[in-house]
Design a protein around this ligand. Structure first.
Ligand SMILES: Cc1cc2nc3c(=O)[nH]c(=O)nc-3n(C[C@H](O)[C@H](O)[C@H](O)COP(=O)(O)OP(=O)(O)OC[C@H]3O[C@@H](n4cnc5c(N)ncnc54)[C@H](O)[C@@H]3O)c2cc1C
Length: 399
């Protein structure tokens, strides 16, 4: 097998070629998030719809040269999402396919559940969503109130409550919904829901950034879910709930980090393109931005390798996500300032990057929560704060 670096370069080149097709749709998608429904035949979206599906279900994987890719590792996903986000982060988050829901099904699903989930995804491009957040309880997922109770008349469960800020909720055919079956953190479970089931409804929520993902609010009005759709039912109690979602978060934190790197790189490239002969002080600023992007990219790749080696090892993933969300926001703001007064109006593409960058902070845990995770890891003796801080271009605390 070729060296990993060469393999990843092949994938990067392919994704970069595909993103050229999506750029013309970016402005339209910003006005109308449903534009994505008309884009499903473009290679990037068609690829995303079936890649990430395990080999035992997938009809074929992506072959470039003699190399095969299925986007199942964090490292391959990081390449795909970084390159995609350079073109349009909002679109990347609104592609059909298994995404986060698939990672949870991989961790907690039994054979019939995987047959059902992947079977549906292979029938036609299908969007999925991962419904955890609730109003007033955002970051404190363990206090969620949506209930999952056994039905009295047949072998099914009844889902009641509501979810908020769920990506792709309005267009999803399958939702993974988290709910409480009993008190305490171990009482939280996830179920697979066909969104056509009576009682399930989703409404779009207007946002200023990442409009392609079309955040939604879900209402669950006594939705009946077959008992066999309860994820983790075949696993020991300790592995039925949080164990699966923490692994899913670790993986997807590296993906969001990669998107932050992609957005920052795109903002930097935009200014380089606009200011062909910059004065020395601007050139120095651009060089410093470039260095920061490079260091956070290295941290992100290191985090992806750590998650691939051990899906339960999320400390670097949290650090990378924290650093990359901040990097994307800071770089986009700096890029706007380098283009002078009125840059938001004169450069709508850069303005969009700046708005999209701000949304990255909230996905897979806000920055405060990533800080808490890194801190907890350091207190347990697992972290290397100086290494993490140095790799993210920051001065270590206390020096
Ligand atoms: C673009 C986008 C996509 C999203 N996609 C999904 C999705 O697909 N599925 C889904 O379920 N959710 C999704 N979310 C929701 C996201 O996970 C929540 O926004 C996030 O959990 C934060 O919740 P909140 O907005 O209610 O903020 P809150 O939890 O109310 O936090 C508000 C502030 O308080 C801070 N804070 C909270 N708790 C603590 C603490 N213990 N210590 C210190 N500070 C704290 C936070 O850092 C933040 O600054 C998405 C959000 C966005 C913006």
């Amino acid at each position: 097998m070729k060296e990993t670096r060469e393999r990843l370069a092949l994938l990067r080149g392919q994704v970069r070629e595909w993103t050229a097709d999506i750029l013309p749709y970016a402005a339209e998608l910003e006005r109308d998030p449903d534009t994505v429904l008309r884009m499903v035949d473009l290679p990037l979206l068609a690829g995303a719809a079936t890649l990430q599906i395990p080999a035992e279900y997938a009809p074929s994987c992506l072959v470039i040269g003699r190399e095969r890719f299925d986007l199942r590792t964090a490292l391959e996903r990081v390449v795909f999402f970084e390159e995609g986000a350079r073109a349009d982060a909002g679109l990347l988050l609104s592609v059909p396919g298994p995404d986060m829901a698939g990672s949870l099904v991989d961790a907690l699903g039994d054979r019939p559940q995987k047959d059902w989930f992947y079977g549906r995804l292979l029938e036609r491009p299908t969007w999925t969503c991962f419904a955890m957040t609730e109003s007033e309880r955002g970051s404190d997922a363990t206090s969620m109130a949506t209930s999952l109770t056994p039905s009295s008349d047949e072998d099914c469960l009844v889902l009641s409550g509501g979810k908020r800020f769920v990506g792709n909720a309005v267009r999803a055919g399958i939702a993974v919904v988290f709910a409480r079956m009993s008190p305490g953190p171990l009482g939280i479970r996830a179920v697979l829901v066909d969104t056509a089931t009576p009682g399930f409804s989703a409404e779009p929520i207007p946002t200023v950034g990442l409009r392609g993902i079309q955040l939604g609010a879900i209402t669950l009005d006594a939705v009946r879910v077959p008992g066999e759709h309860l994820l983790g039912r075949h696993l020991p109690a300790i592995r039925q709930g949080m164990w699966g979602w923490l692994r899913t978060f670790n993986l997807w934190r590296t993906v969001i980090a990669a998107m932050g790197v992609g957005v920052a790189a795109a903002a930097h490239a935009y200014v380089v393109e606009e200011r062909r002969t910059p004065p020395r002080h601007v050139q120095e600023q651009l060089d410093a931005m470039d260095q920061r992007i490079l260091s956070v990219r290295q941290l992100t790749y290191r985090a992806a390798r750590a998650v691939d080696a051990d899906p339960s090892d999320g400390a670097l993933a949290c650090a990378a996500k924290l650093a990359a969300a901040r990097l994307a926001d800071r770089t986009a703001q700096e890029a706007l300032s380098l283009l002078g007064a009125g840059a938001r109006l004169d450069h709508p593409r850069l303005d969009k990057m700046a708005r999209d960058a701000q949304g990255l902070e909230f996905m897979e845990g806000t920055s405060n929560l990533q800080r808490l995770s890194v801190f907890n890891d350091v207190m347990r003796g697992g972290g290397r704060p100086h290494g993490i801080a140095a790799a993210s271009g920051e001065r270590p605390v206390g020096t």
